[in-house]
Ligand binder design. Structure first.
Ligand SMILES: Nc1ncnc2c1ncn2[C@@H]1O[C@H](COP(=O)(O)OP(=O)(O)OP(=O)(O)O)[C@@H](O)[C@H]1O
Length: 646
């Protein structure tokens, strides 16, 4: 890749066949990179095609990610960005051709989530981020801040991948006074290390819309743009530059017959193809445009092309990586990709340094100041010469002037000295040469006086101009200071907003957890309500049974009447009446042991956590009926409380 030329640089990358494609083979067509001649050879037996396309860089199937980074000379491009130029790298090609692999290089799991691993497969984006910070760290005299934004364009809507709280309608596209499109309200995260940018980048990747179809198991359904905005302040010369590096992974063009998309996926596919169609139109219009002749370029027909306006046919350095999947089925798409890549290579960009407008004025003023200082020093030298001459007689003045003429002075100054000498020579003999010390000759010479006056005037003007310039410079420096502090305030505000945003997200998560918890509590209460109803049914059932048993078990009935209503009918364990000691028990002792809760019943009741019912009379010591009543009351109380508190 050659960045000394300013047209869009085009690289073609052919990806290797994937395991299932290798089984099918590619018999009819043939697409191969010949990196020695930087060309792509295309042939198709059925269509009788045999062609060779030439590009800036061609990358063979075996090219590693590192080779791609080196062949594209991304480090040189990054240097341009640090100098103040804009740069864009965008991957283009049909779906499944290797765009995302080239730009990101991460694998995706079965739930279409990226598996972030720093290995030799990492793509151009993470490598460029690291290269940018390496370059910035080498610039010792420059203070820099890198702002990072990451957006995706999905179905003509713009979403902030670093702020998932965006609305369904997405962010708005605006037009600024420099005739550039920009995304309104996009989060710009200030970063000071490569790791900070990478953290945001990985966070954004997780929010990207991905899907599976027949051609690609992890297909990007949106166009994504990662922007690194570099703001550099050179402390030595006070120069401010703001430049932008954009890394673009386009969604792939799709042939529905190959992807097998239907329904929503088909609609999505149509939207993706629409934006790419506009991109192709823009490329075609620019590739045929003649320099100096205005031509219509349909940038505004899609948000993607609007945002890439400065990159394609604008003031940026731009690299297009056209990706090719070398399979028979994709032959036509591959040829189309090569065609548009050829067209893109003809587009002439005009990269310009993005100097801050104030820096520009300061630069011009400094130039003027330098010039004025030089003039002043010349004028000073002239004054010194004239002052020396004043004390001499005419002959000495002329010989002194001859000496000066030989000195390495500026041409204009030598001319003045020559003029002065010829004036002296032509002025005739010096009448007062008898007392040269007393009456300095040149001091009374009219011409000389005139010259001195002129020089004095010039000197005065120069000093005035320098003073004005210094005043102006002072004002500009103050404005620069204001601007820097305003920027710092803005940064602080952004950080504050981010902090608040995170706090809000945490609050929302807490509320969601509370809601879930509430749901669970509700379920418990409903279960308890059901248990209560079952128990009530059992009480009624026991009542009926008691009525039926009445005549048969009179002895028990009497005891129950004395003691507590209903209890007799409950199916309690009967005391062992055969035991002799049992016969000796008093009536009250008998009653106590006879009506003790059966162990199994106690266990069931313990499940309901009855401890708070009565501290002084635990449930284990209650009669069965009392326990049921107490439990029933408690459940009713809890059910009412649940109703009350929702
Ligand atoms: N150079 C390569 N070496 C090895 N595997 C590759 C290469 N390029 C692409 N692949 C593999 O090919 C498959 C498709 O690649 P990728 O997802 O990058 O395509 P894409 O052009 O981004 O597709 P889409 O437009 O649908 O997002 C992936 O499994 C990827 O790992």
């Amino acid at each position: 890749m050659d960045y000394s030329k300013t047209s869009i640089g085009v690289a073609i990358r052919i990806r290797p066949l994937l395991p299932d494609e290798a089984l099918k083979g590619h018999t009819n067509s043939y697409i191969e990179a010949d990196s020695s001649s930087q060309s792509i050879i295309v042939s198709n037996i059925q269509q009788n095609i045999n062609k060779r396309y030439k590009f800036d860089t061609t990358l063979e199937e075996t090219a590693s990610q590192e080779e791609v980074f080196n062949e594209l000379k991304i480090e040189t491009l990054v240097k341009k960005v640090v100098e103040g130029f804009n740069a864009t790298i965008f991957a283009y090609g049909q779906t499944g051709s290797g765009k995302t692999f080239t730009m990101e290089g991460y694998e995706y799991d079965s739930r279409l989530r990226p598996i972030i691993k720093d290995n030799e497969n990492i793509g151009l984006a993470p490598r460029s981020i690291k290269a940018l910070f390496n370059e910035l760290q080498n610039k010792k005299s420059t203070d820099f801040t890198v702002y990072c934004t990451y957006i995706q364009l999905y179905k003509e809507n713009i979403y902030d991948l670093l702020n998932p709280a965006h609305t369904k309608a997405g962010l708005k596209l605006r037009w600024n006074k420099h005739e550039e499109f920009y995304v309104e309200n996009v989060f710009m995260h200030p970063c000071h290390t490569a790791q900070e940018v990478l953290t945001y980048y990985h966070q954004g990747l997780k929010n990207k819309i991905m899907a599976s179809h027949n051609v690609n198991a992890a297909s990007s359904r949106s166009h994504s743009i990662l922007s690194l905005i570099v703001e550099a302040v050179n402390n030595k010369v006070g120069k401010i530059t703001t430049s932008r590096m954009q890394l673009v992974d386009l969604a792939g063009s799709e042939k529905t017959s190959l992807t097998g998309n239907e329904g929503m996926a088909l609609k999505e596919s149509i939207e993706i193809n629409k934006a790419l169609f506009t991109l192709r139109q823009v490329i075609s219009a620019l590739s045929t445009a003649r320099i100096g002749e205005p031509s219509f370029v349909p940038y505004r027909d899609s948000k993607l092309t609007s945002l890439l306006k400065q990159s394609i046919g604008g003031n940026s350095y731009c690299v297009m990586i056209a990706c090719i999947a070398p399979i028979d089925d994709y032959f036509d798409e591959n040829v189309s990709t090569l065609l548009y890549a050829t067209k893109a290579g003809n587009i002439a960009n005009e990269p310009i340094k993005n100097l801050d407008p104030k820096t520009k004025v300061i630069k011009e003023l400094k130039k003027e100041l330098k010039k004025a200082k030089e003039e002043l020093s010349q004028a000073n030298k002239h004054i010194v010469i004239l002052t020396e001459l004043i004390t001499l007689d005419k002959a000495q003045q002329i010989s002194k002037l001859k000496e000066y003429e030989k000195q390495p002075l500026r041409k204009s100054q030598i001319k003045k000295i020559q003029d002065l000498r010829s004036t002296l020579e032509n002025f005739g003999p010096d009448k007062r040469s008898t007392s040269p010390e007393k009456f300095p000759k040149v001091a009374f010479n009219e011409n000389s006086a005139q010259n001195t006056e002129e020089i004095g005037e010039k000197l005065y003007d120069s000093v005035k101009m320098i003073r004005d310039l210094m005043e102006h410079n002072k004002k500009l420096k103050a404005a620069l200071r204001d601007q820097t502090s305003a920027r710092k305030n803005k940064e602080a505000e952004v950080l504050q907003l981010q902090y608040e945003n995170r706090e809000l997200i945490m609050k929302i998560e807490n509320l969601e957890n509370l809601l879930k918890e509430g749901g669970r509590t509700n379920r418990n209460l409903i279960e308890m309500q059901h248990a209560k109803e079952d128990l009530e049914k059992r009480v009624i059932q026991m009542e009926i049974e008691r009525e039926e048993e009445k005549p048969k078990r009179k002895w028990a009935s009497k005891r129950v009447i004395r003691d507590e209503n209903y209890v007799k009918t409950v199916n309690f364990e009967k005391p062992a009446s055969t035991s002799p000691s049992r016969n000796r028990e008093t009536k009250s002792q008998m009653r106590e042991s006879e009506y003790k809760m059966p162990a199994i019943q106690n266990k069931t009741l313990q499940n309901f956590d009855l401890r708070p019912i009565s501290q002084d009379r635990p449930i284990e010591n209650m009669s069965k009926l009392d326990a049921i009543k107490a439990l029933s009351m408690m459940l009713r109380g809890r059910a009412e409380a649940a109703k009350k508190f929702g």
